[in-house]
Ligand binder design. Sequence first.
Ligand SMILES: Cc1ncc(COP(=O)(O)O)c(C=O)c1O
Length: 493
Amino acid sequence: MIPFSLGEWLLADMQQSVSKAAPGALRRYRSVYEGIRKAILSRRMSAGIRLPSSRALAEELGVSRNTVVAAFDQLLAEGYVTAATGSGTYVSDIGRGENIRPKPVRLHRGPALSARGRRIVAAPGGNTHEIQPFVPGMDDFSVFPSKIWQRLQNKYWRESPPELLDYAAAGGYQPLRRTIANYLSISRSVRVAAEQVLITAGTQQSLHLCAQLLASPGELAWVEDPGYWAARKVFEACDLTLRPIAVDAEGIHPAAADLATSPRLIYVTPSHHYPTSAVMSLPRRQGLLDLAAGKGAWILEDDYDSEFRYSGRPLSSLQGLDSHDCVIYLGTFSKILYPGIKLGYLVVPADLAESFKTSLYDTQRPGQVMLQAALADFIEQGHFATHVRKVRQVYGERRESLVRVLQSILGRHAKLSKEASGMHLVIELPDAASDLHIAAEAAKQGLVVRALSSYYLGQPQRRGLVVGYAYVPTERIQHFGSLLGNIVKKALR
Ligand SMILES: Cc1ncc(COP(=O)(O)O)c(C=O)c1O
């Protein structure tokens, strides 16, 4: 066997060094270090072998002695070699091939994802994120007062107070909690004190907290059908059993068979049902509150878009009617400001506030206090109210133009959802129509509308197209609206 020469091995290795991109000295150091490490791991140098002196190796390789010393030091620190004072450097035991090389093991891994994981990814909801005319849920960012927003944030960044760079403890930035409590009690008749408000990273996180804290695995969550797919995902991720509950023109409408079950959570969008736009009637609200109280269920009221109201006043919140403390109210800034802000809030009954705060902090470790401070100023200085007015005016015009053009083309062939609110409307189609087919036809023309049937968990009961108008510039509504209207008309013939 040819005796192993570390110097020759390293020289050969340095020719094809993995570190060619590094600058000269660093590259030489990495080559020496990696070469020796490789020789040890591959058992070309076994335990107990003495390394050449750093001086001799440096000369043989034509590099500086410092380079070799640095490589030896690193190998020493990582345990590949040991140094005995005065007597040199030796390959250590831990560097033995048999210790490092994995023993042959029979893998028993099974599927990579858990059963829950497989359920979560089985029907992806929104990772094809299209920005196209009529895509539901998309706002028009050009309406957002970004200059004012930037100025408010800059003010805090200039000062960078340490408490705003820390994690968000105690339910969020106190002045923001206060100002949200104020806003909700005035504009949504929510019965709330600042202590009941928690700032979250949006509705998704709020729902997650509620599901984790209030429901045990296997318990039942009633969800509206059709309904918001992302809420269902959260409940599935918390191992809850979903029960789809029908929705009609007055909101959620449990059948006798549903009433025989005992939900732990009831998720609803009473102000503006997602996606049909139905507003829950007062008798239904009263009925749902009584039902929840009687069954010991929690109602999760998702009030995601109540700011978008183009005529009249909205019905006040369900939470405001609740005398049993069984409603958790959820709001978000994703729609009215911009989705990436990822700030929302929860209003919980006073006796649950501490538990929610603890859970939020311990399981999520929230942050973004600086952003929360800028948002508190944005609201307190009146910019939020101005923005809401502007959005109502701009989106209201867009809605009106779209309704006009669709009605003129579709006439009696299709009905439009009548609620003048939100960021989308629904073109209600006859039962025999294939909304999936029409949505696919529209996509060929670059229009992203969603089939109402795709929002059902159970058997689809109605057909329609969910059409977002907020993102389409006012001057283009006529053009895209007539394109869509004609696609629908053709399909219905
Ligand atoms: C019904 C509903 N709730 C809430 C939200 C907002 O969610 P988040 O605050 O997690 O962005 C949306 C967004 O599309 C929604 O459609």
